[in-house]
Design a binder for this molecule. Structure first.
Ligand code: FPP
Length: 267
């Protein structure tokens, strides 16, 4: 199972452009555009969600093959409850069906699946499927697949703030001990490296309340394709684009180790 073989089938040039040493460890994706994809084709929105699942399976495989270690996808936001009840129910059933059909394959691939978000409003049947999928795969260590459901970045941050305030009130911690590290340790993504790359499909240029804390320094790649049309080739294009960027984290790495004075003289 090599990266070369997969890419050669589709596009030779792209395979040569990817630096296997600089593959992002963690990629996050806002899978947007399922509904529009279906509507454009005169189909019910549910068709778009079904096709979106095929895309997700392709990207999960592709990211693993490429050498990424974590993939986090936004499958259901806290705002998605405002959709018509029929669509919400369809999505809930889809999550159950997909999990039941795919969990053995996911497990065989030594992938750990983790659901991130407030699961409490979901039906018991889905909660049970989620819990058994998580426990079946909990020891897998090849790859981590995070699925964000009923997730909202602001809600997550508020919960952490409340938890730390309570700990401080009870004397367990001092207010002065609250720092980024402590805050991080209370997030739902605790222990997981922040995503180096965020991909969003359908051309929208918003974060939509997704991983607000964790995406602070991530590179953002916007694809104009609707999620059901996104594929491995497009994913690799995003990786090539990511690798072409100079990640500075607010510093001046772009000076290529020259001192500021050197750069002033030579420019
Ligand atoms: C966004 O398109 C997509 C969703 C809200 C659902 C995505 C869910 C899946 C692909 C299933 C994943 C399943 C598991 C178990 C991980 P949209 O409906 O917002 O499209 P629109 O913006 O065109 O309306």
């Amino acid at each position: 199972m090599g990266l070369e073989k997969i890419i050669d089938k589709k596009n030779n040039d792209l395979s040569k452009k990817i630096d296997k040493q600089r593959v992002p460890e963690h990629v996050a994706i806002i899978m947007d555009g399922n509904g529009r994809w279906a509507t454009k084709k005169g189909l019910p929105r549910s068709f778009g969600h079904n096709k979106g699942v095929s895309t997700l399976k392709e990207i999960l495989k592709a990211s693993k093959r490429l050498g990424c270690k974590v993939l986090t996808v936004y499958a259901f936001s806290t705002e998605n409850w405002t959709r018509p009840r029929k669509e919400v129910n369809f999505l809930i059933n889809l999550f159950s069906d997909v999990l039941q059909n795919e969990i053995n394959g996911i497990h065989e691939e030594s992938t750990k699946i983790k659901f991130i978000g407030d699961l409490s409003p979901f039906p018991e049947t889905l909660k049970k499927i989620i819990s058994s999928s998580e426990s079946l795969t909990k020891k897998n260590n090849e790859f981590l697949f995070n699925v964000c459901v009923n997730y909202g970045g602001r809600q997550e941050i508020v919960k952490v703030a409340r938890k730390l305030a309570l700990k401080s009130f009870s004397g367990e911690i001092k207010p002065s001990e609250v720092d980024e590290e402590l805050f991080n340790s209370e997030l739902l993504t605790q222990g997981i490296k922040d995503p180096e790359l965020l991909i969003r499909t359908s051309g929208e240029k918003r974060l939509s309340n997704f991983l607000l804390w964790q995406l602070a320094y991530s590179e953002i790649y916007i694809s104009d394709l609707l999620w059901p049309d996104f594929n491995e080739y497009e994913f690799l294009k995003a990786i090539v684009d990511y690798q072409s960027r100079n990640r500075r984290f607010g510093g001046i790495e772009s000076l290529n180790n020259k001192s500021f004075e050197d750069s002033q003289h030579s420019s």
